[in-house]
Design a protein around this ligand. Structure first.
Ligand code: ZN
Length: 356
């Protein structure tokens, strides 16, 4: 499992509203992981509107006046409470309990700005990449598929005053174990359960590490994330383990039904960091969406974009196929947030709820 870290000043500089997109970076050390893909049996259809309608939840009020001992008030009401003092913020976390691979949103709404205001947020030891949205700052936290199921602490610091700490819980998703399938056609192409593992170690994983190595701190996007295909039918769930002999892979993306040549759309604005053929993943596109969010499109038939291209949400980036280690035509989507691949469909739904 690869590791990476980047250095630098971590806080998000708020400053004036007009300048709130100042540079920020991280000391965060995150684990990078990826998805392996193959088409499993059809598992479930996606349904709309599984997400709670209202974006609301726990509110905390932070008093950040210097030399004042901080106070934190938590309410399970849907109305914020206002207290006197400078540099206050309303903090919302939604939801407070997620499964491995799922995403929560931290929303920080400063009620008083000063020219030197700062906001930063973590869940456990992972830093969130806050970005401005309307009158607030949003940060997406996605639980790694391998996160230890337990209660974590969300820590939100405003103006470098003592931080607000709010518990969030990650639950065990109990991902099922299925058989790693190698068809005769794949065997004829040189794939075995052993080479599938070694291809990752020697080629595909190092290539993806390169494509994810220089994340943009600033978001390229201004809207929520969208779906990559016209029609979304989940035929290979996120998180399943696939096992054959000593080879065990975890499927860190979602397989979507797609006949060869189906147009694939960019799920948001961004910059292409890879468009190349990998051994297991086949024709692969990686897009940096900023705020440490990447999407990865695997097993494509062909590309419509090149590395370095600036792309917009909904733009056709390529066409689905059956390249690499793939047992049938389909489209595999992975989304990598803060160095970990998470359930892409849940992520998209969460951004749509948060960024209405
Ligand atoms: Zn897949």
């Amino acid at each position: 499992m690869a590791k990476f870290s980047s250095n630098g000043e971590a806080d998000f500089l708020v400053g004036s509203f007009a300048q709130k997109m100042s540079e920020f970076s991280s000391r965060n050390t995150a684990e990078i992981d990826y998805g392996d893909s193959l088409v499993a049996r059809k598992i479930s259809k996606l349904h709309d509107s599984k997400i709670p309608h209202a974006y609301c939840g726990i509110f905390g009020i932070v008093r950040t006046m210097k030399r004042l001992f901080f106070s934190v008030l938590l309410f399970s009401f849907f109305l914020p409470i206002f207290v006197s003092g400078a540099g206050r913020a309303i903090i919302e976390i939604q939801p407070k309990t997620i499964m491995q691979g799922e995403t929560l949103v931290i929303k920080v709404t400063p009620t008083v700005f000063s020219g030197t205001s700062t906001i930063s947020a973590w869940v456990g030891s992972r830093r969130l990449w806050l970005f401005p949205y309307n009158d607030s700052f949003l940060g997406f936290y996605s639980a790694p598929a391998k996160a230890t199921p337990m209660r974590y602490r969300a820590t939100i610091a405003v103006n470098r005053e003592p931080a607000v700490k709010i518990p969030v819980t990650i639950k065990n998703a109990k991902f099922p174990v299925t058989k790693l399938v190698v068809t005769d056609q794949l065997k004829n192409s040189g794939f075995t359960s052993n080479t599938i593992g070694s291809n990752l170690a020697t080629n595909d994983t190092p290539a993806l590490i390169g494509a994810l190595a220089h994340p943009s701190n600033k978001p390229y996007f201004t809207k929520s994330f969208g779906y990559p295909l016209e029609k979304i039918v989940n035929v290979g769930a996120f998180g399943n383990y696939r096992k054959s002999g000593k080879t065990v892979l975890q499927h860190l993306g979602t397989d979507l039904e797609a006949t060869p040549g189906t147009p694939v759309y960019a799920i948001n604005d961004g910059v292409v960091t890879m468009a190349t053929r990998l051994i297991n993943y086949g024709n692969t596109i990686v897009i940096d969406h900023g705020a440490h969010i990447f999407s990865m499109s695997l097993h494509l038939d062909r590309f419509s974009v090149s590395p370095g291209d600036r792309i917009t949400k909904g733009q056709i980036i390529g066409y689905s196929g059956n390249t690499g280690y793939s047992i049938a035509p389909h489209f595999h989507l992975s989304v990598n947030v803060n160095g970990t691949s998470i359930d892409p469909l849940k992520f998209i739904e969460t951004t749509q709820t948060a960024m209405k």
